[in-house]
Design a binder for this molecule. Structure first.
Ligand code: GUN
Ligand code: ZN
Length: 430
């Protein structure tokens, strides 16, 4: 059935990081027409009604209607141990993460957490994620099945590790290749699902496993490849000791065919000049995870500098290293880290990062991440006065951006009034 959603419909016809005016590429419409899961047109409600007389009209008043948020780097298996206290990356992995990930060989537990995770993220307005799973194929089947049932677009992959992890969380180069290949066969490009080859990070893979992952990517070049890069300084020192011949951290991937245009590199905080140059040359994607970078004490991502040199950048929660499921909270953290680095990100830039920026980073911008004719109708309706604190601030706003910014800084799942997945309203549970 056709739907017309009326409100402040916000879309982009370019990046707000390009040019002098961050509002130059923003388009506001009064309504959007959706049919058969796709966006058909934007415009005035009466014009859209003339176009589709049988369409049902939902009037959201002054609410903002956006593309659903795209979270470009998450670990759904870390849902139940989010907000674990007091450790930095390596200790945090060993103390909290690996024990939890051990449980995902049990398909029933994987199903439980996969559905809990998608419930939580949908309630926060996130319609697509790119997720690491665990070493267990069951964990991958659980998440893809849950997303398929909901009609959601999803990127995910089996996390491969063959050293520096508990025995129960290790595979081998051959097993990693074979199990990943079978999962690609089962899920890649099935409906709205796509597969990301997922070596966790170079400390937990032997050179032989990285080589196997490189060979797998070569055999399946339409897959994405997701991993971690240069998150913490002691991690980088560890990588140096494990790969003494490597020029830098990125080189441990590059040497094994794991640098490419469809490569997605989480964190990328402490990059050397050569690494920046090679990432840009290949058109690889860097994923900014600001709540994680503060929560586990990783450092400050050079968003402004990397954007200025033309890197492809997405935004992510990095749940559960990140301390939130909310892309609103994540935009607030990105703003705060930007301020510490001397750049005030404009609300249009924050919203673009959380939608089209992340979709572009995942090479899905021809399908999701914006409101434009032909794109899939994953939409979120945002209440700009969702709490008394936000309402009293946005009431005195002089323009739209001043009305939006308090929700970006102080908003949470209470601001998410409605979510549509492929044009269907979703019943979210908070
Ligand atoms: N590096 C390797 N694994 C992880 C993980 O699970 N979370 C984060 N934040 N960094 C990682
Ligand atoms: Zn991560």
């Amino acid at each position: 059935m056709a739907l017309i959603l009326a409100g402040q419909v916000l879309s982009f016809d370019g990046s707000p990081f390009e040019g002098d005016d961050p509002c130059e590429h923003v388009r506001l419409n009064e309504a959007v027409l959706v049919e058969h899961g796709k966006i058909i047109a934007m415009g005035a409600p009466d014009v859209l009604q003339a176009h589709a007389p049988t369409a049902a009209l939902h009037d959201y008043g002054h609410d903002l209607i956006l593309a659903g948020f795209v979270d470009a780097h998450v670990h759904y298996p870390q849902t139940a141990m989010i907000a674990s206290w007091g450790k930095r990356l390596i200790d945090w992995l060993n103390s909290y993460t690996f024990p939890e990930e051990m449980k995902f060989g049990d398909r029933a537990y994987a199903d439980l957490i996969a559905n809990r995770y998608l419930d939580l993220t949908l309630a926060n307005g996130t319609t697509t994620v790119s997720s690491f799973c665990t070493i267990h194929p069951e964990s991958v089947d659980a998440l893809f099945s849950a997303a398929q049932t909901r009609g959601q677009r999803l990127v995910a992959g089996k996390t491969c590790m063959d050293r520096n992890a508990p025995a129960g969380l290790q595979d081998t180069p051959q097993l990693a290749y074979d199990q990943s290949a079978a999962l690609i066969e089962r899920w890649h490009d099935v409906g709205r699902l796509s597969y990301a080859i997922t070596p966790r990070f170079s400390p937990t893979s032997t050179p032989a496993q990285l080589e196997a992952m490189g060979a797998l990517w070569k055999d399946h070049p339409t897959c994405l490849m997701q991993t971690h890069l240069s998150e913490q300084t002691d991690e980088i020192e560890w990588v140096k000791s494990l790969f003494p011949q490597a020029r830098d951290y990125l080189d441990t991937y590059e040497e094994f065919g794991l640098l490419g245009a469809r490569g997605i590199y989480g964190h990328a905080i402490h990059l050397k000049e050569r690494e920046r140059h090679r990432l840009r040359e290949f058109g690889a994607s860097l994923i900014h995870c600001p709540t994680s970078n503060t929560f586990i004490g990783s450092g400050i991502f050079d968003l402004a500098g990397l954007m200025a040199e033309g890197q492809r950048i997405g935004l992510a929660t990095d749940t559960g290293g990140g301390s939130s499921f909310s892309m609103l909270r994540t935009m607030a953290a990105a703003y705060e880290l930007g301020q510490l680095n001397g750049t005030a990100l404009h609300p249009t830039q924050l919203l673009w990062l959380a939608t089209q920026g992340s979709a572009t980073a995942l090479r899905l911008d021809d399908k999701i991440g914006n409101i434009a004719p032909g794109l899939e109708a994953d939409l979120v309706v945002v209440d700009l006065q969702s709490t008394p604190a936000i309402a009293q601030r946005s009431e005195r706003a002089q323009d739209l951006w001043e009305a939006v910014f308090p929700t970006l800084m102080m908003g949470d799942d209470r601001a998410i009034k409605q979510v549509y997945v492929a044009g269907q309203p979703v019943q979210t549970s908070r």
